[in-house]
Design a protein around this ligand. Structure first.
Ligand SMILES: *[C@@H]1O[C@H](CO)[C@@H](O)[C@H](O)[C@H]1NC(C)=O
Ligand SMILES: *[C@@H]1O[C@H](CO)[C@@H](O)[C@H](O)[C@H]1NC(C)=O
Ligand SMILES: *[C@@H]1O[C@H](CO)[C@@H](O)[C@H](O)[C@H]1NC(C)=O
Ligand SMILES: *[C@@H]1O[C@H](CO)[C@@H](O)[C@H](O)[C@H]1NC(C)=O
Ligand SMILES: *[C@@H]1O[C@H](CO)[C@@H](O)[C@H](O)[C@H]1NC(C)=O
Length: 363
């Protein structure tokens, strides 16, 4: 039986050395990712949803991070994890290396290691970014030696548990990613709490410190101390706390973030929604609903106004459905389980229509 030429060529292609100029999906022992090639030296999950690599956080300052591959409308990234949030590295010669010893190390320009996994072992292993956004260091037979899910920064991804060993810490500000003042964690009495921990004072602000745990609807009995956001938008905690996101249901990619203002929020990265979305890097981003225009082109707080003349006639008006949108502060009423037709009927009682100053909140 002779060799088929095609087979030979295929074998040659498969045995070509690993090219370092294209994005990898895993990092093997003895290789590294360089800060000087931020676009090429990245790991991308197989499903393409997550990317990890060096992310600029200031003047010549970089963090090794994980983000959603899809950028926000303004071009910013949604960062979900950082290795070295409090010790950014130089934009020259810094690198993340998987050493022959099995240790994953982030070194700064001067070869100083600023972060490491301390996972020395001679067994073969590789670093891989999984489809759920978890960066894992595993042996070739799949035993996990380290995972980013066990050291969250300010964000939990779906299926990433908050445990007795982990806490979420907000960023310092919208533009400074280093550790800030608000924390979410399980306290000694098994209750999930939010705490402001500033330079001078520290105080619990959720649940209300004047209530005891049962008044707050919590239970101290379960010492498993585990909380999790499911992909559906349901959050469940072992102290009996739980909620459903306002857009509950399978669909959008979600994350739970301890925000710089001390609020814990679930965000849905739903590409079909525009209106006001909240971007981690840049704050609010807005657009008007169809048929409306900005009142003041330099300031969103003035809201939107109709781009058609008033009064509008009933026969020329209609309804459009906007999913996951809340006309915050301008509710005419709350009608549970109404169909679009029922809403129209209700609405036409209020004609003629007035200018609608809108502020839309989206989660
Ligand atoms: C972020 O804030 C920390 C703490 O105040 C400060 O040390 C650091 O220089 C700031 N980083 C940037 C990029 O401004
Ligand atoms: C790894 O192998 C080297 C050389 O074979 C040996 O010197 C070292 O002690 C081993 N380290 C561990 C952690 O087993
Ligand atoms: C404690 O909480 C965990 C997580 O919510 C749950 O799986 C477990 O059943 C609870 N244990 C008890 C005894 O209720
Ligand atoms: C538009 O908003 C800017 C910034 O708030 C303000 O200075 C300006 O007076 C506003 N213009 C009008 C016409 O209201
Ligand atoms: C609205 O629909 C939900 C789900 O079908 C149902 O559980 C609930 O009772 C309904 N509410 C009203 C006020 O009809």
């Amino acid at each position: 039986m002779g060799f088929s030429p095609l087979l030979l060529i295929l074998c040659l292609l498969l045995s070509l050395p690993f090219s370092s100029s294209s994005p990898h999906n895993s990092l093997t022992k003895g290789s590294s990712l360089s800060v000087e090639k931020p676009d090429e030296d990245v790991l991308i999950s197989e499903n393409g949803i997550f990317t990890s690599g060096f992310h600029p956080v200031g003047d010549n300052a970089y963090c090794f991070a994980i983000w959603f591959t899809e950028l926000l409308h303004n071009g910013y990234k949604t960062i979900v994890w950082k290795a070295n949030r409090d010790k950014p590295v130089n934009g020259r010669r810094s690198k993340l290396s998987l050493l022959k010893t099995g240790n994953l190390v982030l070194t700064d320009a001067g070869e100083l290691s600023v972060w490491m996994t301390t996972t020395n072992s001679n067994s073969s292993r590789k670093l891989k970014l999984r489809n759920d956004g978890n960066l894992i260091l595993q042996t070739l037979d799949g035993v996990i030696h380290w995972q980013s899910f066990e050291s969250p920064t300010d964000t939990l991804l779906p299926q990433q548990p908050l445990t007795k060993y982990t806490r979420l810490i907000s960023s310092r500000s919208q533009t400074n990613y280093s550790s800030g003042f608000y924390q979410l964690f399980f306290d000694d009495d098994n209750i999930l709490r939010l705490v402001y921990s500033g330079p001078e004072i520290s105080s619990v602000f959720w649940p209300n410190p004047w209530d005891n745990s049962w008044q707050a609807g919590r239970s101290t009995n379960n010492n498993s101390k585990i909380a999790i956001l499911y992909p559906s938008g349901q959050f469940v905690s072992s102290d009996s706390f739980g909620f459903l996101s306002s857009d509950f249901g399978t669909g959008p990619l979600r994350r739970l973030t301890m925000d710089v203002d001390g609020n814990l929020r679930v965000y849905s990265l739903d590409k079909t929604n525009s209106l006001c979305t909240y971007a981690h890097d840049s704050g609010r981003r807005c657009s008007c609903v169809p048929g409306y225009k900005m009142v003041n082109h330099t300031d969103w707080s003035y809201g939107c106004e109709p781009d058609f003349s008033l009064p509008c006639a009933r026969e020329k008006s209609g309804f459009i459905q906007l999913r996951h949108v809340d006309f915050y502060g301008f509710d005419e009423g709350y009608y549970e389980n109404y169909t679009v037709e029922q809403c129209e009927k209700e609405f036409f009682k209020f004609l003629p229509m007035q200018r609608v100053p809108i502020q839309i909140r989206q989660w």
